[in-house]
Design a protein around this ligand. Structure first.
Ligand SMILES: Nc1ncnc2c1ncn2[C@@H]1O[C@H](COP(=O)(O)OP(=O)(O)OP(=O)(O)O)[C@@H](O)[C@H]1O
Ligand SMILES: [Mg+2]
Length: 217
């Protein structure tokens, strides 16, 4: 059997990504909040669920991918308080900027989206990898996507690699000492706990990989 290549992500796939993310975050609301209990304030699951429910309600009709992702960003920024709303909002906003009017995305455009998204979070959060944040999942995922896509432009393979890198990055936050956000107030006591934001980032990237995989079948 010959493997078909996925060389573009279409607007319906992006819509499905947002819908799946909302579902997965709702399904994992209690889990994310549990992770936020020992090193935060037990609200991450509620924050992400509330934000993506709002994003889904406001998601514009049509095939403009840039407009969809910008709308998600605005919903997250306006509906989610605390750290994660503005950070995820900035991630989608900065990632979406070059995508206005686009109805499908090539592997190169997606690689740029992930890089811009990561750069946006770093700037907004004044943060970097190894600080026990969402960036520990997002940054390796962006790198893995670019590296895998460079091998042959198969977006399915690249998204799979990105989701796997995010999973590993998420797990790698366990032994880290937090240097940003509420968890950093705990100092050494933040060691030994998985970061909730890295976990939601993994879920969102896994959702993207899953919907694109399903669309190709
Ligand atoms: N400066 C930052 N840069 C990147 N990510 C961050 C930063 N601060 C916090 N985070 C991420 O946000 C997550 C916490 O999100 P949550 O929805 O619980 O917001 P919050 O309770 O307001 O956050 P916090 O209490 O950390 O300010 C953390 O697990 C971490 O991944
Ligand atoms: Mg919190």
């Amino acid at each position: 059997m010959t493997e078909t290549l996925t060389t573009a992500v279409t607007a319906p796939m992006v819509r499905a990504w947002i819908e799946r993310s909302a579902k997965v975050l709702a399904d994992n609301r209690a889990y994310l909040t549990e992770l936020d209990a020992p090193i935060g304030d037990s609200d991450h699951g509620n924050n992400m669920d509330r934000g993506f429910k709002a994003a889904l309600e406001k998601l514009p009709e049509g095939d403009d991918i840039g407009a969809m992702l910008k709308s998600v960003a605005m919903s997250l920024i306006s509906k989610v308080g605390g750290a994660a709303g503005p950070l995820y909002g900035t991630m989608f906003l900065d990632g979406a900027k070059p995508l206005a009017g686009k109805t499908s995305l090539s592997a190169d455009e997606l690689a740029q989206f992930f890089d811009d998204a990561v750069a946006g979070v770093m700037k907004r959060g004044r943060s970097d990898v190894e600080m026990k944040t969402m960036l520990d999942a997002l940054a390796p995922a962006a790198r893995a996507f670019r590296e895998e896509a460079a091998k042959g432009s198969d977006i399915r393979a690249a998204l799979k690699a990105a989701a796997e890198a995010a999973r590993q990055g998420m797990e790698a936050t366990i032994p880290m000492q937090a240097q940003r956000g509420r968890a950093s107030y705990l100092g050494e006591r933040s060691i030994g706990h998985q970061d909730p934001g890295a976990t939601s980032s993994h879920l969102i990237l896994q959702a993207f990989s899953d919907v694109v995989e399903e669309a190709a079948q």
